[in-house]
Design a protein around this ligand. Structure first.
Ligand code: SAH
Ligand code: SF4
Length: 432
């Protein structure tokens, strides 16, 4: 999401004559787009800021700005405590960047961290940064209304709002016409996408948005992230089943396998409810890959709760999992209500246990592909060899295969011969 926000910022700045560079020496302005989700993310930003110290001393007029969630969370404190920062701009204030840059250029500290109930940047066409020309992100909503107790997002990104579906369709169509072959629809909670088109007296839900984007062309793959287990509907699953180009992949963060902990997290589902959701996905979409996010060591988590997380992972056998030790974030409901009482070494040990368990599941999930013939969208040259290309299967698994006369953006049928922990080794068997 931050990556896509940076593309929106690049587009706003382009209209002011700014271009992007990979070389800091060449830059007049550096903007760091930041994440506050865990303390580690914030530490990384602070370290990064110090690397610009020298350039700042050597180059008069060189400006450094902090964007995103950390800017929103720390507000003017950032300007006071970090002498290296000239601008602080929250996620809903990017349109004011040109004026803020001008202000900062005169030596004043520039800040705008106002959150908005309406801003979606819907009319801004993002400049694709670092693009492979094949896959792109499209934001469909901003903010979050969920209030999971561990999470800082509702405070840093504000209330949930959905982007006008016509601007989403226009952006995806334009990408397709420019040769892109995959869009990922982004939101903190895509299943609660909701737009009322008053002119047509029509309500557009996520399922109907998904179908409309899929309808642009059968050659345009559609992915989405993230689904909240409480909100993903059968309509979405049926839409996925109906359209071959909506990829069989769902990111369904579980966070914990213990109903008691889930309640403390305010996730609003129980262990059993989540398991039924997994069953439902497998029933309607037998080939669907499922990934997840897990937090270990949330406040009051016992060994028994931890075992519940292990057993739900065993049940779901995730294809991919992002696993984290709980990191208390100031201002969140958990920070205010509960004590961060699981010792760091226990959090880390539990994390290591779930990582090890998942490694086995991920290996099984890769092994299951061996022998199959599947369709892959070619995305670029393999990291290991110029003679090989890589692409992704419908289920988001990376496959590598010989280049032949294939191009980025082609669809190709490959037979999976073997696999490593993260890659399928394949042979091209035909064009699509
Ligand atoms: N909107 C998405 C999550 C966005 S944050 C959703 O609801 O699934 C991505 C992940 O970071 C979360 O799913 C959670 O697993 C993790 N996370 C969020 N806050 C955290 C915290 N305080 N400590 C550790 N992990 C956290
Ligand atoms: Fe955070 Fe929960 Fe919203 Fe996801 S759904 S962004 S975890 S509050």
């Amino acid at each position: 999401m931050n990556f896509n926000d940076s593309e929106i910022v690049a587009s706003i700045l382009n209209t002011q004559g700014y271009g992007a560079t990979r070389n800091v020496e060449e830059a007049d302005l550096v903007l760091l787009n930041t994440c506050s989700i865990r303390e580690k993310a914030e530490q990384t930003v602070r370290q990064r800021l110090t690397t610009f110290k020298k350039t700042k001393q050597q180059k008069p007029g060189f400006l450094v700005g902090v964007l995103g969630c950390m800017a929103e969370r720390l507000k003017s404190k950032f300007l006071e405590e970090e002498k290296l920062v000239d601008l602080v701009v929250g996620p809903d204030a990017y349109r004011t960047l040109p004026a803020l840059i001008e202000e900062a250029g005169t030596g004043q500290k520039a800040i705008n961290v106002l959150l908005s109930r309406e801003e979606t940047y819907g009319d801004i066409s993002p400049v694709r940064l670092d693009s492979n020309g094949v896959t792109a992100f499209v934001s469909i909503m901003r903010g979050c209304n969920n209030m999971c107790t561990f999470c800082v997002v509702p405070f840093t990104r504000g209330r949930e709002r959905s982007r006008d579906p016509y601007s989403i369709l226009a952006e995806a169509t334009d990408l397709f016409e420019r040769g892109y072959r995959e869009v990922t629809l982004l939101g903190q909670n895509v299943d609660s996408y909701y737009f009322v088109d008053e002119s047509k007296d029509e309500t557009i839900t996520f399922a109907s948005l998904l179908e409309r984007v899929a309808g642009i062309s059968p050659l345009l793959r559609v992915r989405f992230s993230t689904s909240h287990p409480k909100d993903i509907t059968d309509e979405v699953l049926h839409a996925m089943a109906r359209h071959e180009n909506i990829c069989n992949y769902i990111h369904l963060p579980v966070q914990s396998g213990s109903t008691r902990v889930l309640q403390l997290m305010n996730r609003t589902y129980t262990r059993e409810w989540y398991m039924k959701k997994v069953d439902r996905i497998r029933e309607i979409l037998p080939d669907c890959a499922i990934s997840t996010d897990v937090i270990t060591g949330f406040c009051t988590e016992t060994e028994e709760d931890h075992q519940d997380t292990m057993s739900i992972m065993e049940y779901a056998k995730y294809d991919l999992a992002y696993m984290f030790a709980y990191s208390e974030r100031p201002g969140t409901l958990a920070a205010r209500r509960y004590q961060d009482d699981v010792p760091e070494d226990v959090k880390k040990r539990r994390l290591a246990e779930i990582v090890a368990l998942h490694r086995g599941h991920s290996h099984e999930s890769m092994q299951k592909e061996v022998g199959k013939t599947v369709k892959v969208l070619v995305e670029g040259t393999s990291k290991k060899s110029d003679e090989q290309l890589f692409g992704r299967t419908d289920q988001n698994k990376v496959a590598v295969f010989d280049k032949g006369d294939l191009q980025k953006g082609d669809y190709v049928m490959v037979k999976i011969d073997d696999c490593t922990a993260g890659t399928l080794i394949a042979t091209v068997v035909g064009r699509c």
